[in-house]
Design a protein around this ligand. Structure first.
Ligand code: CO
Length: 195
């Protein structure tokens, strides 16, 4: 477990290494950021966007929430999306879910978890949209895995249907929306091939 002291020690070592590899690393980032990717992922500590794609600071614009949900009225997410698409002109939006997602798991039962149940309602909606497919999966583990994937499918639809993305595409902006799923067991990303 990290202590606050180790955070600062690690930070100094990281900054030193970054400039050892490229003396202009921080000066290049000083004037502006030019990421080509917007990442929408889960808040889960095991799914850190830059680390799992092995990309440095400056390469990924990030929004994370519990279970990587795209809610039509979420002003936080919409602000991130608008800035990424309209100002930064990202070329790829990645919605990334992960197997073993605690948020998805919690939505699969009727136990109360408190305030978060209102957020998890969105994943219960995903289950309702795909009731037939999900009820035909007998193994609970496989049903859980599939719901993690279907949650990505639905959130990709939600991103594609925002005014921000539809208008960008109408105006011919180069923009692709992808649905990925990450496996905590082996650290590998899979493209769900939704586009
Ligand atoms: Co999660």
């Amino acid at each position: 477990m990290n202590t606050i002291e180790t955070i600062f020690e690690n930070n100094k070592a990281w900054a030193k290494e970054a400039t050892a590899n490229n003396p202009d690393f921080f000066t290049n980032l000083l004037s502006q950021q030019t990421p080509k990717i917007l990442w929408i992922g889960c808040s889960d500590s095991r799914v850190p966007a830059n680390q799992i794609m092995n990309l440095p600071a400056g390469d990924v614009f990030v929004h994370r929430n519990i279970a990587n949900v795209v809610v039509h009225t979420d002003l936080n997410l919409l602000s991130v999306l608008q800035y990424a698409v309209d100002v930064l002109k990202v070329e790829h939006i990645i919605v990334c879910g992960h197997y073993g997602c605690g948020g998805v798991k919690a939505s699969m039962n009727d136990l109360q978890h408190g305030l978060i149940d209102n957020w998890l309602r969105h994943i219960k909606d995903v289950q309702r949209f795909h009731t037939n497919e999900l009820t035909n999966i007998k193994s609970e583990e496989e049903r859980f895995d599939r719901l993690c994937e279907l949650n990505v499918v639905e959130q990709v639809h939600n991103i594609q249907n925002t005014t921000i993305v539809t208008n960008a595409l109408i105006h011919g902006q180069k923009l692709n929306v992808h649905g990925f799923i990450y496996d905590i067991k082996d650290g590998l990303l899979k493209d769900l091939q939704l586009n």
